[in-house]
Structures are given as C-alpha cells and as structure tokens.
Design a protein. Structure first.
Lengths: 83, 385
C-alpha cells in the first residue's frame, strides 16, 4: 500500500510578492471575497509577517488553512474558502 | 499610421498621452502616429481632493478641469463611454456608436465604487469617494453633536489605502477643536490584524491611536449594515454599533472590461504583468493605475510612476527596438503623503523591493501634501514631475 499526498487543485493564485500596500493579507481578503465557497486560493508573499498574520485572519474568518510552505524567497499560503 | 488609443483621462491616461507626444514628436509631425484619449466626461478630476471637501474646506469646482486643457494639443480627445473592446478587429466601440481602431491600446480606466453592493449603504453610511459624497459627509459632521463615529472598510481593494486612517485622525482632531471630543467616541475598523498594512506605518500609527483615544478594531471587514439597530457586521462575525458611519464602499474595475473578456468577473481588474504592464501577455495592450490587478495601492501615484513605463514600451515598439530596461520595467514605485491630523503628515515611498520607512510626522509633509494638491494641475498630468 502506498501513501499518497493529495494537493488540492488551486482555483486562483495571488502573487502578492513585493506588496507593501495594500499588502498580501488585504490581497487575500479581496480574493476570498471574490471567490466561491470551496475555492482554493494560493497566496505568494515576501512579507515575513504573512506567516503569522494570514493564518490568524484565516482562523478568525473561519476559513481553512490548507498549507504554508516556505519557498525560494517567499512563502506560499494555501487557503480554502469554507463559507 | 500607428494608432495609439488610450481609454481613460485620469492621471495615468493623461500623463501617458503627454509623455508619448514628447517621445514621438517627429512621428506625430510626419503623420506616422496618432494619439487619442477617450474619456467618459471630458473632465479631469483630482480625486485625492475629495477628502478635503469633507475635512478641509476644499471646493468641488477646484478639483475638476477640462481634460482638453491638460492634454497636449497634438493628442485627440474623444468624449464618450466605452461599450466594448473588440480584440480580433482591434476596434473600440463607444456607446454612441462611434468606433475607434487601435494598434496600441492603453487601459487607464480606473476603478468604480459600488456603495449599492452593501444593503442600506445609501441611507446609513457616509463616504468621501466622490465630491458629492464628501460634501454630504461634511454636512453630517457639521450636524454631529456627539456620539459614536465609526470609520470602516466594506470591500477590497479600495482607493488610497491610508485614506480611512487619515480621515479618522482628522475627525478626531476636528472633534477636539469643536469641543465635542468628550461627548464622542471614534472607532477605526482595520481589515487586518494591525492599524495599517505597512508594518512601519502601523508602528507609527498605533501610538497615535492611543494618544488620540481612537479605538482600533482589527480583523474587521464590513459585510453588512443593520439599518434598524445601527450596527455594522463583519465577515469575521463581529458587530459594532454606530451613530455616524463612514464606510469605504466596495470598488470594482469597469464592466466593459469584463464584457470584452479582458478582465475576470466579479472584480474586473485587468491581469497585468508587474514589470511590463502588458495585459494578459498581449504585446500591444497595457494597463496602469487602478485598472490593474497588481498588488499595489490604487492611487494616482501608482499611475504616475507607471505611465513612463507604458510610454517607453509603446515608443520602443513603434521605433522597432527593444525597450530600455531602465525605463521600460516598472519596479513597483509608489509615493504618497499621509495626513496624521493637527497639521502634521508623513511620506510613504516604496517599491517591490523596498518597504517604506516613513519619517517622523511633522508639518513639512503636511504642507508638502497641500502644495502638491494645489500644484497638481501644472505638474503631474503634464509630466513635469
């Protein structure tokens, strides 16, 4: 038997690298507002604060943090819109 | 004949047209190039002034000038509303039936506000994103005798991210000056986990909130207005009552961009390359200013620094050369003033690689903003700064 890791299909990628104003979280909030329930959004952020403030907002807003990965010079945060 | 068609006579469209004239003088004189701007009203509006109608005694008629007077005489101006961009034929259709062909298309179509997207917005909330609304807010403030003022944001993105914060500071200062501070509360709802998106600005602003006694509510993105109870609700599930509500309305891109298949619904923001400003990889189509989907401030300043890039790319294509990378790549530069109240301000300047490091608020930056507001007509649209 083989374990398989399923990566959800990304509905939309938001490249917010280099965004200081309005910033990656604001870009994600925009994306979530425009998305449909069940959509999977991926946010790229080069802002070090995103690793903490984006998961905090996701929890507060009741959506689902799918994953948070550090890549080459940026973080990728994947979120599912749940309601 | 190479036809350059620019949709929108705001900061981005006007400046791009005038910069193109400078670079293409010879081709214009020889009749090898034509530059046309399409604007829906023929009036150029200085939108950052709206806040000062509400907060600083500015007059609406001082914030508008005929677009014709700002454009170089070699630029054609067509006043009309765009209905559709037909890519296969390279023709822009106007609502009055006129058709305009293009070889290069510049989309400087800005953003539009949709207060009606929030139920009860019109009867319950004030805003300052049009001259008329800002005047209505001024009247509401004049009639305010004390109570709870709430400043909040009902959509993302919105024009000029610092503006709601500035309005909170300016209102608090006004209430003190009018002797109403003791009888009032000022609340600011931030969509994110701190006062402002830029950490260094937030660090600067947070003590000002404390000093001014403005209550900060974080992670509060307004979704509903309850007209009976005078309460706003957030998408994070919280509520906040108000007596006077100042709400940044939802913004979207232009509907014809969605209808023409250039921008996705529901937002209508153009998919734009962050360096080349090309739309969806099309070599002959560019976007700048509020119309793009770039993760940047929707502000005139953004368009101001993008216009030279669009200009260089079009000029290079017409001259049959590669764009000069020094001028042909946008590096994310934005620069804007930030009002703190009590006659003080600061400056935010940043790009994709460099976060802003705002100087300590002082009178100089406040005066800088006032001078910029007054001299705008002679500087920015004409490419003098």
């Amino acid at each position: 038997m083989t374990d398989t890791i399923t990566t959800p299909a990304i509905t939309r990628t938001i490249d917010a690298r280099g965004s200081f104003c309005p910033g990656p979280l604001m870009e994600l909030i925009r994306g979530i507002r425009e998305a449909a329930v069940g959509d999977i959004l991926s946010v790229y952020s080069s802002d070090k604060g995103s690793k903490t403030d984006i998961p905090k907002w996701i929890e507060k807003a009741g959506h689902r943090l799918v994953s948070l990965e550090t890549r080459d010079g940026y973080d990728e945060i994947i979120v599912e819109k749940t309601h | 004949m190479q036809r350059i068609l620019i949709l929108g006579g705001g900061v981005g469209g006007t400046l791009t047209a005038n910069l193109l004239v400078r670079k293409l003088r010879r081709q214009l004189k020889a009749g090898e190039v034509a530059i046309t701007v399409v604007d829906q009203t023929g009036q150029h509006t200085y939108q950052p002034g709206f806040m000062y109608i509400a907060m600083g005694g500015e007059r609406a008629d001082k914030l508008q000038r005929p677009e014709r007077g700002l454009l170089d005489s070699r630029v054609n101006l067509v006043v009309g509303q765009v209905e559709k961009v037909d890519e296969p034929t390279r023709i822009v259709h106007l609502k009055d039936g006129e058709r305009l062909g293009y070889d290069y298309l510049v989309l400087a179509t800005g953003s539009r506000i949709l207060p009606e997207a929030i139920e009860h917005f019109d009867t319950e909330a004030q805003h300052f994103y049009t001259a008329e609304a800002a005047l209505k807010l001024r009247k509401a403030l004049d009639g305010f005798k004390g109570g709870r003022i709430v400043v909040a944001i009902a959509g993302m993105p919105y024009k000029c991210p610092p503006a709601p914060l500035e309005v909170s500071f300016l209102i608090e200062a006004e209430l003190r000056q009018r002797g109403l501070r003791q009888a009032s509360e000022v609340h600011f709802c931030s969509p994110i986990g701190r006062a402002f998106t830029i950490e260094s600005v937030s660090e600067m602003a947070t003590p000002i909130f404390e000093q001014k006694g403005i209550e900060l509510h974080t992670f509060f993105n307004v979704e509903t207005v309850d007209a009976e109870r005078h309460v706003i609700g957030s998408l994070e599930g919280e509520e906040l009552p108000y007596d006077l509500l100042i709400l940044v309305p939802p913004h979207k891109g232009q509907q014809f961009l969605i209808d023409s298949g250039l921008a996705p619904a529901p937002g209508g923001w153009l998919p734009t390359d962050r360096a080349t400003l090309q739309v969806g990889g099309r070599p002959n189509m560019f976007a700048l200013g509020d119309a793009t989907d770039l993760p940047l401030s929707k502000a005139g300043s953004t368009a101001h620094f993008e216009a030279p890039v669009v200009t260089e790319r079009i000029v290079a294509a017409i001259e049959g050369r590669e764009p000069d990378h020094k001028h042909g790549d946008y590096l994310g530069k934005v620069m804007c003033f930030f009002e703190i109240g009590d006659g003080k301000g600061t400056l935010l300047q940043f790009d994709y690689e460099h976060p802003p490091r705002p100087p300590k608020p002082n009178q100089v930056w406040h005066l800088g903003k006032i001078v910029f507001n007054k001299t705008y007509w002679h500087t920015v649209p004409k490419g003098r700064v």
